[in-house]
Design a binder for this molecule. Structure first.
Ligand code: NAG
Ligand code: NAG
Ligand code: NAG
Ligand code: NAG
Ligand code: NAG
Ligand code: NAG
Ligand code: NAG
Length: 690
């Protein structure tokens, strides 16, 4: 049965050619590499592929020059002679340019379109795009991301973007530093290049984030119809000059558009309904009845073998593709879900340029955070380095195993650790969008304001992970240090809680309160300040403060003239006057849903209720945010609390203690002085060591 069926198929294959129309119109091309593999890519010169990331220039620190390029194997149609249409195109890719050490530098990279699939030029200012000995023969359209100033090529600076056509002398250049972007920063930069043929306009957009900015970095009015001829190839090139600069491409998508859809009369087959259903139903049931098969073969042969062939090839293509996708997904899973592992000290030292100050990306309660760049794997991570030497290594590792066992999409995943040379280092995923406090207070000054849907998403994500820590994991984990500075944002602005459980580690050395940054004070629940005992409810309080920050765009404690204003009190005051909506972040310019804003503000207040018994659980908060539970009533007046033992502790005192340090964002000691004791003894707060 089977051989015969195969025969029929082969027969149809030949037969169907007669039915296909020979006129084929150009088609739009589209492809995407979320990460790279060897399929469909040619590596030329010094380029290489490692862990799904393309490196364009040599990664070893040698005093030689390097040039490399990669080219997409399949030719791309840019011009259709049949309709006289030149394609428009758009491409998006994420790249990074890294200097391995302060003395290293290089020239930059380009995205190019070329008639040749062998484009590889010379190192140095030629950016691996043109051959220095035959400058005039290469044809290309390229956008350069140039990090070296070559005055003979009329470069404006060592940080510019330009459009190059058949020459390294740019048609037009622009400097991304105007938008705060440094090509050489080592950060991943997303670039968008859009060319609209009808409008005769090419635009280049750049951002450290995956959101496309409104304003282009470079905009050129030009028609490329004289240069985009017929079939061409697309790719990237880069070069260095007697030194090392790493040029990496993380992902890439490209598409052309503008070609006409095929005319309807080019669809060559008019097949009767009968044979369509016969084919669709019977093919899977291979050889259930000989008689039927004969009938089918006969019917198809008469009604339209070409159609049969098309359907069959689609079926085969779909199933092969599915199989391949499944296989690929499996490979991905084993590749990327790696367990935390122990790193060696040398590796981390190398990746952070010897803990170079230029690599510092933050200071946490635990120590300094560095950006680490692992050359061998081409990956980026954040490394936390503790200031304290840890003698209790076993305890530390036991603690670490709890943290490492936690998995939630809104947690910053721990990738590994290192205990060596009396130092304690933790390796985490790198979060490209930094911390929430940066996005709320610093970025808006540079024109990046978190929009409303991102803010709601942050409140929900955070509630989800806290609900997990408090209720869903095997062991209750109390974070103890929830604040905007500990909430990081991934590439899509999803919140990721970091630094958790570490306060517990600190207990062995010092009480956490003594090492809290002053900025933390506004987040602490009154009973925590009073008794120093952390519970789920103290986390809920801190969460409430963060939610209010996100809704109002104000810090938990903000200076107004000489006064320090507490955010919770301020919002509660507006609520008492029945105008809570006035607390909404003015910078949003009313671009939010009023009901949602009110809900978030009231939820923030109920979480920040001074009375811990009245605060909702995180699970309840999540239900409220997901509209699965009703909002909680919030009393018009902020409840006041009376503590049995009275420590005269006011927020203002604490804040004025740490004010200057707060500005410098460094550590500060907070002493809580009790009047009731005659000698001015300073209390360090006792913290539970459950
Ligand atoms: C790779 O090329 C094949 C055909 O040669 C094509 O079917 C496939 O979609 C290409 N993959 C990508 C990511 O472009
Ligand atoms: C491409 O890579 C960058 C940097 O890692 C990332 O921010 C971005 O989300 C990625 N884009 C896609 C479409 O995968
Ligand atoms: C094709 O279009 C260009 C403008 O895009 C025009 O100058 C040229 O004359 C056209 N050629 C033909 C054969 O229509
Ligand atoms: C370049 O394209 C030609 C056809 O134009 C093809 O024969 C050759 O294999 C291609 N080379 C590479 C490296 O893809
Ligand atoms: C440049 O072209 C010359 C002559 O074709 C060739 O010998 C040389 O290898 C090329 N250089 C590069 C870097 O491609
Ligand atoms: C190509 O893209 C254009 C949109 O720019 C679309 O109108 C057209 O139908 C597409 N052509 C084909 C053949 O898919
Ligand atoms: C296709 O066949 C149907 C009848 O089966 C007929 O009405 C229709 O006109 C045909 N279309 C073409 C383009 O021949």
């Amino acid at each position: 049965m089977r051989p015969r069926k195969g025969f029929i198929i082969i027969l149809f294959f030949f037969a169907s050619f007669g039915f296909l129309d020979p006129v084929v119109l150009a088609e739009n091309t589209s492809f995407e590499f979320p990460s790279f593999n060897f399929r469909n890519i040619s590596l030329l010169g010094d380029s290489y592929l490692r862990n799904g990331v393309i490196g364009l220039t040599r990664s070893v620190d040698v005093p030689t020059s390097s040039a490399g390029s990669i080219i997409y194997n399949n030719p791309i149609t840019f011009f259709d002679p049949e309709t006289n249409i030149t394609a428009s195109f758009s491409t998006k890719f994420a790249f990074s340019i890294n200097n391995v050490n302060p003395s290293s530098f290089g020239d930059g990279l380009t995205f190019f379109i070329s008639p040749s699939n062998q484009t590889l030029g010379s190192p140095g200012g030629y950016l691996g795009l043109v051959n220095s000995s035959q400058l005039t023969s290469n044809k290309f359209v390229a956008v350069e991301f140039d990090t070296r100033m070559d005055s003979h090529l009329n470069d404006p600076s060592e940080n510019h973007v330009g459009l190059d056509i058949d020459s390294m002398n740019s048609i037009k250049t622009a400097e991304p530093i105007v938008q705060g972007i440094d090509l050489k920063s080592g950060n991943f930069i997303t670039a968008w290049i859009d060319y609209k043929n009808e409008q005769g306009k090419l635009m280049v957009f750049l951002s450290y984030y995956s959101l496309k900015p409104e304003k282009p970095t470079l905009s050129v009015d030009i028609s490329l119809s004289n240069y985009l001829k017929g079939i061409m190839y697309v790719g990237f090139s880069a070069s260095t000059e007697g030194s090392t600069e790493l040029h990496q491409i993380q992902n890439w998508s490209f598409q052309t558009s503008g070609f006409l859809a095929p005319r309807p009369n080019l669809q060559p087959h008019n097949v009767s309904d009968n044979s369509v259903t016969a084919v669709g139903v019977d093919i899977p049931k291979t050889g259930s009845s000989k008689k039927h098969e004969k009938k089918l073969g006969l019917g198809v042969a008469i009604a339209g073998p070409a159609f049969f062939f098309v359907v069959l090839s689609v079926l085969v293509y779909v199933s092969v593709k599915k199989l391949r996708d499944v296989r690929r997904q499996k490979i991905f899973r084993t590749d990327f879900v790696a367990c935390p592992r122990e790193y060696n000290y040398k590796e981390l030292k190398l990746a952070t340029k010897g803990f170079h100050p230029s690599r510092i990306i933050g200071h946490g309660s635990f120590g300094t955070v560095y950006k680490a760049f692992f050359i061998s794997t081409g990956t980026i991570a954040a490394v936390k380095r503790s200031r304290h030497s840890h003698d209790g290594k076993t305890e530390f590792l036991a603690e670490l195993s709890i943290i490492a066992g936690l998995r939630h999409k809104n947690l910053v995943q721990l990738q590994g650790w290192c205990v060596e040379k009396g130092e304690l280092l933790l390796v985490y995923e790198f979060m490209p969008n930094g911390s929430l406090d940066k996005m709320l207070y610093l970025e808006p000054e540079r024109g990046h304001l978190l929009n409303w849907s991102h803010r709601v998403n942050i409140a929900i994500g955070l509630a989800s992970v806290l609900s997990y820590l408090h209720q869903e994991c095997e062991q209750i984990v109390i974070h103890r240090d929830i604040k905007a500075g500990n909430i990081l944002l991934d590439g899509n602005f999803n919140p990721r809680l970091g630094d958790f459980g570490l306060a517990k580690l600190m207990d062995h050395d010092k009480s956490p309160v003594s090492t809290l940054t002053a900025g933390t004070m506004g987040y602490l629940a009154p009973e925590y300040l009073q008794y120093g005992k952390a519970t789920e409810k103290t986390d809920v309080f801190s969460y409430g403060v963060v939610v209010l920050e996100v809704a109002c765009g104000r810090r938990p404690i903000e200076r107004e003239g000489t006064k320090m204003v507490n955010l919770v009190d301020w919002v509660w005051g507006l609520h008492s006057q029945g105008k809570i909506i006035e607390a909404a972040d003015k910078r949003l310019k009313e671009e939010f849903i009023e009901e949602e804003m009110k809900k978030l503000l009231l939820l923030g207040l109920s979480c920040a209720n001074p009375d811990s018994a009245d605060r909702p659980s995180m699970r309840r908060v999540l239900q409220i945010l997901n509209n699965e539970a009703a909002c909680l009533p919030v009393p018009k007046l902020k409840p006041s609390l009376i503590f049995s033992c009275s420590l005269p502790l006011s927020i203002d005192e604490i804040v004025s203690d740490g004010e200057e340090d707060n500005k410098r964002n460094s550590m500060c000691e907070i002493k809580i002085v009790s009047d009731s004791e005659e000698s001015n003894t300073s209390h360090s707060m006792c913290v539970d060591k459950d």
